[in-house]
Each structure stands twice: as structure tokens, then as C-alpha cells.
Design a protein around this ligand. Structure first.
Ligand SMILES: [Zn+2]
Length: 146
């Protein structure tokens, strides 16, 4: 077999390209799996939301009359005058700290109706870093609420 010397660098280059291609493909696959994994992880159940409502309700000592998990337009949650908490079903796709924030927010409304200083003070007592979740919900509303 005769091997032309100039063939060698070319083969070498092709080999490197192949390795790089394989590496890129592998990385893309990893990324895809991770994204799907995170999404799957974010799928919570209605039962989970109700569990979190009970958790915060018992902490604050106020209980809703009823909890509805349903399709809501343009809001993550609401509390009615007669102590019914409505939660957006899209919350099931949100991360846990965002879910907790919405639930705690609505439970605090069972005690304080408005968004006064007292309200935020109460909320902050149970979730000192609530601003992070509040911000996340503001940024991701369009993506998640359907
Ligand atoms: Zn509110």
C-alpha cells in the first residue's frame, strides 16, 4: 500500500472532525435529556398543591373554605371574599418555590386582604427570599400560563 504523505494530515483532520461531531451530538443529546428531565420534574399534581396549601395554612393558622385548581386567565391565584382559594392549573408546571410563593401569597390574603405593608411583612416572615419566586413568575407568566 502506498500512502501519499499529504493524505495523512487530511485523514487526521477528518478524524478530528468526526470526534468533534460525535462530541457535539453527545452534548446536544445530553442537553435534550436534561431539559426533558427538568420538565418532567416540574410536573406536579393537584394533590401536591393541596398539600402545600395545608402546610402554609397550618403555619399561619388560617384555612381556606375550599381550594380550586383550574384554568385561570392572567393570574396565578386568587382568594375570594368567602375564603375560597383559586390556583391556576399551570402552576403544576412551575418550580416548587414558585408554587409555594403563590400558595403562601393567597393564604396570607385569608388574613390580610390588601397588598399593604403588613401583608408583605407577613409573607416575608414565612418566605424571606420570596422576591426571587415573585420575579420568576413575572418573567415566566407568558411561557407557562395557557
Ligand atoms: Zn395578592
Amino acid at each position: 500500500m502506498i500512502r501519499a504523505p499529504y493524505n495523512k494530515p487530511l485523514a487526521e483532520i477528518q478524524r478530528i472532525i468526526q470526534i468533534k461531531k460525535r462530541w457535539i451530538f453527545k452534548k446536544q443529546l445530553e442537553f435534550k435529556e436534561r431539559t426533558i428531565g427538568e420538565y418532567a420534574h416540574k410536573k406536579y399534581t393537584k394533590g401536591f398543591l393541596i398539600k402545600r396549601v395545608n402546610f402554609y395554612a397550618s403555619k399561619i393558622g388560617v384555612y381556606p373554605l375550599k381550594i380550586n385548581v383550574k384554568k385561570l386567565r392572567s393570574r396565578w391565584g386568587s382568594t375570594t371574599k368567602d375564603s375560597v382559594i383559586n390556583l391556576n392549573q399551570s402552576l403544576l408546571k412551575a418550580p416548587k418555590n414558585a408554587i409555594d410563593y403563590v400558595i403562601l401569597h393567597e393564604i396570607c390574603h385569608l388574613k390580610i386582604k390588601d397588598h399593604s405593608y403588613r401583608f408583605w411583612k407577613l409573607l416575608q416572615k414565612f418566605m424571606p427570599n420570596y422576591l426571587q419566586s415573585k420575579r420568576w413568575l413575572e418573567v415566566n407568566s407568558n411561557k407557562i400560563i395557557d
